[in-house]
Design a protein around this ligand. Structure first.
Ligand code: GLY
Length: 363
């Protein structure tokens, strides 16, 4: 298995070399027919950390200096985003870039950027006890579980308990209104502002308000695992386990899900390889949490099963000559027909993150 995973990582590195040569300075989001999309009118602002994040991971894994040079150059351009109040995505942007940079250097200037980004994100707090999505003050997204960790991180770095309370409250509100007892979750919650009363479940990218959108589940599994690690609060670990059990119960053999667990099956089926990649990385983290050994091993084996599937010809883009991304069969936004059955930057990022975690173990 190790050789198969190493081949997957080698292919990811070759796609990154090609990206740097072919599109210098470009931050990928999703491909169109296998080519990275360039049109500025469809540019949105939550994905710029993912490919620089891959460069950091490749540097960390190989020690090669050229990856670090690219990682620093691409990360540095994101620095002004520490003040960005337009998006709820500062964790995506800064965990993948500045945190990895900081871990390699301990440079206090990098730590300050992370703290400022965490404080900026905390400004999204609403009276309902959650961080609002970019849609508006009434909207809570499951995706924000991937970002709230930056507030815990900033609280831990500074000892600022008010900051920690904002993050705790967000996680608890998400748990209460978006997570369902069986372990699935809603994509979005709509609240009355300013009373903070919860009104209803909703979705943008999922099949329906009451369905479980596969990527939303993956964000929840990974995000609650991280929230537990950063806060020490056991309840978040229990939520992450519920998400993991749902994933393992409802995902077809090979453990790569279709785009939504409750959508009628498309013909041909529409997978979301990015949900699988995020989940694989999250399951490796869950396997490190304080659980009994058998459960840890079950999550680790599930993560390895996902990676084996993603490294097969079905999902690894090495099987399609000329394809520019790393993983085939990701989905960005089915209803808007954006990045459907394509490579997506976050799928590629979390795939490489999971591969590096696996290869650092005795597989
Ligand atoms: N955070 C946006 C998405 O998952 O598509």
């Amino acid at each position: 298995m190790r050789n198969q995973l190493q081949r997957g990582l080698d292919f990811a590195a070759s796609q990154c070399r090609r990206l740097l040569e072919q599109y210098p300075g470009y931050y990928p989001m999703y491909t169109v027919g296998g080519r990275w999309r360039q049109e500025p009118e469809l540019w949105t602002h939550w994905c710029e950390g993912f490919y620089p994040g891959i460069f950091w991971l490749l540097h960390q894994h190989t020690g090669e200096a050229h990856w670090r040079a690219a990682a620093e150059q691409y990360s540095k351009k994101l620095e002004p985003r520490q003040h960005d109040r337009q998006v709820h995505d500062l964790g995506f942007l800064f965990f993948s870039t500045y945190l990895r940079w900081y871990h390699r250097t301990n440079d206090p200037a990098l730590r300050d950027v992370l703290i400022t980004a965490g404080r900026t994100l905390a400004l999204r707090r609403q009276p309902g006890g959650y961080l609002a999505s970019f849609i508006g003050p009434e909207s809570l997204f499951i995706d924000i579980m991937m970002n709230v960790g930056l507030i815990f991180w900033a609280a831990n770095a500074t000892g600022d308990d008010a900051l920690r309370q904002v993050a705790l409250e967000h996680c608890r509100t998400t748990e209460k209104y978006l997570l369902r007892p069986h372990g699935g979750c809603a994509h979005e919650g709509i609240f009355d502002v300013p009373s903070g009363r919860f009104l209803r479940e909703s979705t943008h990218q999922g099949y329906s308000p009451s369905s479980t959108w596969s990527r939303g589940l993956a964000w929840a599994l990974y995000g609650f695992t991280a929230a537990h690690r950063l806060s020490g609060e056991r309840e978040f670990l229990e939520t992450a386990r519920r998400c993991a059990e749902y994933y393992l119960r409802r995902t077809p053999p090979g453990l790569v899900p279709y785009w939504d667990y409750d959508a009628p099956l498309d013909d041909p089926p529409l997978w979301d390889s990015s949900a699988a990649a995020i989940t694989a990385s999250g399951l490796f983290d869950l396997a490190e949490a304080p659980l009994d050994g058998a459960e840890q091993e079950r999550y680790r084996q599930a993560a390895l099963t996902i990676l084996q599937s993603l490294c097969s010809d079905k999902f690894l883009a090495s099987s399609v000559p000329g394809w520019e991304g790393i993983l085939l069969h990701g989905v960005y936004h089915k209803h808007k027909n954006l990045g459907v059955d394509e490579s997506v930057a976050w799928g590629d990022h979390f795939f490489v993150e999971a591969l590096v975690k696996a290869l650092n173990q005795n597989v």
